[in-house]
Write a protein that binds this ligand. Structure first.
Ligand code: SF4
Length: 360
């Protein structure tokens, strides 16, 4: 009964209330939570689900996050950076499919040459993809790590207008346990503020089911998203990678991580209401229907992978990454059919910007 009261509360803001919803185990109550989050999604951001073609343009990274398969010290990874031509080709294919937006994702590399490369790629994509269907070209989201505010301004001036920078957890102790000592939560929070100041629509997110993570911590993560007034949220279940220092640490089962990630999406939708929330590939690593489950629990964005198949296998942040079959994911047809089977439609030739940002 108490849970039903919380599910229907339109002003959820207490840590203990959010933690109670994240801790639900009763299937009927979880279904009520899902229905409420779905109704909130339709009311606040509409029926459309927006695709962003995901182009993982480089797996080179200067950092050493302890959970990440492409961390600097993992010598087993064959490193690559796509050529400018390959990036432009991938972007044109996204525009031809009518998806409207592209995510350029990479490891972190603050060299001046890399900053110039990204700016040039963004400018070229904009030039290449302007058409009568898409007069301003593809919407471009960058997800490439922490830089100075001056660099963020260069990225924005080049034509990117959204930026994803996940904090992974807002719990200071947990953050310190999953990162080397030279990386801090404060630095990422400052970067989110810099991104906002540079003009970006700002997204962040966390991993769900990390070793030692509690529902209280996740509840505080959601309250952090609200306090930062973010425009977009991208979260996924934690999936270990065998070649990382965190491999082998005890975690909850895959089934529990998936279920917790779905409740996290629902609770984030109920608290933040009109933001864009991604149904991430990591959900699909735990269930073949992971991404549509994410949509049905309150997400409204999906990111079909358009990285060339030869390189896609080298961008494994975690074990069991799905969508390694280029043909299956790049077409997006199966994903589109799954989304339509939920009574939703895929937005075509639209950027699908965050309603939160547009209304601000
Ligand atoms: S999570 Fe990102 S920043 Fe950290 S090691 Fe992996 S690619 Fe680099």
């Amino acid at each position: 009964m108490a849970a039903l009261h919380l599910i229907n509360d339109t002003n959820l803001h207490q840590e203990e209330d959010l933690a109670a919803l994240l801790s639900l185990t009763d299937p009927e109550q979880i279904e009520q939570l899902r229905q409420r989050a779905e109704a909130m999604t339709l009311q606040q951001v509409g029926h459309r689900v927006y695709f962003r073609g995901l182009l993982e343009f480089s797996n080179r990274c200067a950092l050493n996050c302890l959970y990440c398969g492409i961390r600097r010290d993992n010598d087993a990874v064959a490193r690559y950076t796509l050529s400018l031509e390959d990036i432009r080709h991938g972007a044109r294919r996204v525009a031809e499919r009518g998806w409207g937006s592209l995510v350029l994702q990479s490891g972190e590399n603050a060299s001046a040459a890399n900053v110039d490369f990204i700016c040039n790629a963004v400018r070229c994509i904009k030039e290449d993809t302007r058409s009568s269907r898409l007069p301003s070209g593809l919407g471009i989201t960058l997800s490439a790590g922490v830089y100075s505010i001056d660099v963020y301004r260069q990225f924005f001036a080049a034509g990117a207008h959204r930026y994803l920078l996940r904090v992974e957890t807002t719990d200071a102790d947990l953050f310190a346990r999953i990162h080397p000592a030279d990386q801090t939560l404060a630095e990422r929070v400052q970067a989110l503020e810099d991104l906002r100041a540079a003009g970006f629509q700002v997204g962040t997110g966390v991993m769900i089911g990390l070793p030692g993570q509690t529902c209280r911590m996740l509840a505080r993560d959601v309250l952090f998203f609200k306090e930062m007034d973010v425009d977009m949220v991208g979260m996924g279940p934690y999936q270990p990678h065998r070649d990382t220092p965190m491999a082998g640490l005890p975690i909850i089962s895959a089934e529990e991580r998936l279920a917790l990630a779905l409740r996290m999406i629902a609770v984030t939708r109920l608290v933040l209401k009109n933001v864009n929330i991604a149904s991430t590939t990591a959900l699909e690593a735990l269930s073949p229907s992971g991404r549509e489950l994410g949509i049905s629990f309150g997400a409204n964005v999906a990111m079909p992978n358009v990285t060339p198949g030869s390189e896609r296998r080298k961008y494994q942040l975690y074990d069991g990454k799905p969508c390694l079959d280029e043909a299956a994911d790049e077409s997006g047809i199966a994903l589109r059919q799954k989304i339509e089977s939920l009574g939703r439609i895929v937005g075509i030739d639209e950027w699908g910007d965050s309603r939160r940002f547009c209304d601000r």
